[in-house]
Design a binder for this molecule. Sequence first.
Ligand SMILES: N[C@@H](CCC(=O)N[C@@H](CS)C(=O)NCC(=O)O)C(=O)O
Length: 218
Amino acid sequence: MKLYDYPASANCFKVRLLLALLDRPYERVPVDIFAGESSTAAYLAKNPAGRTPLVELPSGETVAESNAILLYLGEGTRFVPEGLEERARVWAWLFFEQNLFEPNVGTARFWRLTGRDAGRHEEWESRRLAGIGALEALERGLTGREWLVGDAPTVADIALYAYAHVAHEAGIEMAPYGSVAGWLARVQAEPGFVNDLVSYPAGARAGSASGSVHDRAS
Ligand SMILES: N[C@@H](CCC(=O)N[C@@H](CS)C(=O)NCC(=O)O)C(=O)O
């Protein structure tokens, strides 16, 4: 199996984390999204949305969207429950992650770390505030519980971990979120845990040769 991957993307990190926890081998294919490699005709044929991550299976079929990939890879393992009610609750957290968490926490972080917050402070601040709202929801969801669904980690925890563990880089003060802090530590204590999320390279910065024409990441 191949993983088309951008090392600084936390959406890609989700997939690498699950593969590490599963101790599953794969071939990593780096895609330099700031050099246009996610919008070539060859890449768009694999993922019409032109985004990473993407997995290519031995059959040649591809699966896009980080959380769909987590569900696909996690099926039949301890990270995806068997019962329909628990599965549905996992799906709900995955939709929450894509609707409210990543677009706000992830985007506010990306803009801040790459200088894209300059010149649009109000827009950035509204993403950061919405990110705080998403963190408050995550805190409520974890209060009195060790994991988001059931009594063991699922792909929902992996998906939310990806941007929650770097939410401070979006300018969010994390001290109020004690249940989130305990849960982040529990994810990090899972056997096989790795954190190989790297910093955005210089070429991702707004105003750099490639970064200036690219606004879609996180
Ligand atoms: N909803 C998608 C978002 C993927 C996404 O935004 N990927 C970014 C990196 S974090 C990307 O590859 N951007 C390349 C581009 O937009 O050209 C997912 O969860 O996989």
